[in-house]
Ligand binder design. Sequence first.
Ligand code: PMV
Length: 318
Amino acid sequence: MKEMVISQAPINIALCKYWGKKDIKKVLPYTDSISISLDKFYTETSVKRTSNQGFSYTLNGERLKGEALKKVLDFCRLFYDDIINLNVSIASMNTGPTSAGLASSASAYAALAIALNEFFELDYDQETLTTITRKGSGSASRSLLDGFVRWTRKGHVEKLCSAPSNLVMIAVVIDESEKEISSREAMEIGVNTSSYYEQFIVDNQDIADKMTKVLCPFDLQKVGILMEESTALMHRVMETSNPVINYLRPRSIQLKELVKKWRKNGLKAYTTMDAGPNVKILTTVDQLDEVIRHLDAEDYTTYYQLSPGKKARVITSE
Ligand code: PMV
């Protein structure tokens, strides 16, 4: 066991969505999904031995309690069964807004997995690490890698290729409040109640296959259109769920429509939305000034520019 380990893991945004588990226990998805790992909003996690303070876990400086603590603890136990009886303090810092559809749980579980693997000197291979990481959050397994990452129905994660350095994802913040229903719960409702779900599996898998062919080398227009299609399919599952799941705000939908309109005038930019109201715009550096000019004109004032990021890694180990 080490004295102290610090890790970092990127957030990832799905270009082709994951929505629904075929195997809840093993966290195996119904369809493949594809994401890009990004540079901002990463999670940094430290695992330290303390002299006599028992086990503690803080997220953004606050001690976790109740259900939230139980979930993290169950995850930690996958690395060291009796961790609760160790003098170990774990501190996780998300550098972006938590639970607002900006993938903070993905970076958080990937960073925790990488840190615990190093702290307990387990030396797990990627396959094992992936199998464990996705039990924290399915999409977290994609945050282990950089570039364009495909997570398959069989559970493998693979880097398809590096993302071009001129690619930009603009995260437009519509609302930073935490989501009312977790993606875990919402997708289960979708699988069990949406009359569209069976077709979603066919359509979204088809998008994953098509997208893989246009990512390397990167074709922004083709990837962008497919990303918007996959986003629409996922939100159609939510709309046809019982109860209906709605993470979007009127301003989210308005921005999606505006970007389509700007595209008609030559802008090369595409939108996606996840389990939250914020809108992510996929574009390239040469389009940036124009996108920002449009956003400012429409009064979308809070946005962040994200570029391709590094994979999950240990940055300190003592
Ligand atoms: O990994 P989870 O359980 O947080 O689910 C993530 C689901 C989406 O972010 C909405 C889509 C995706 O593929 O990341």
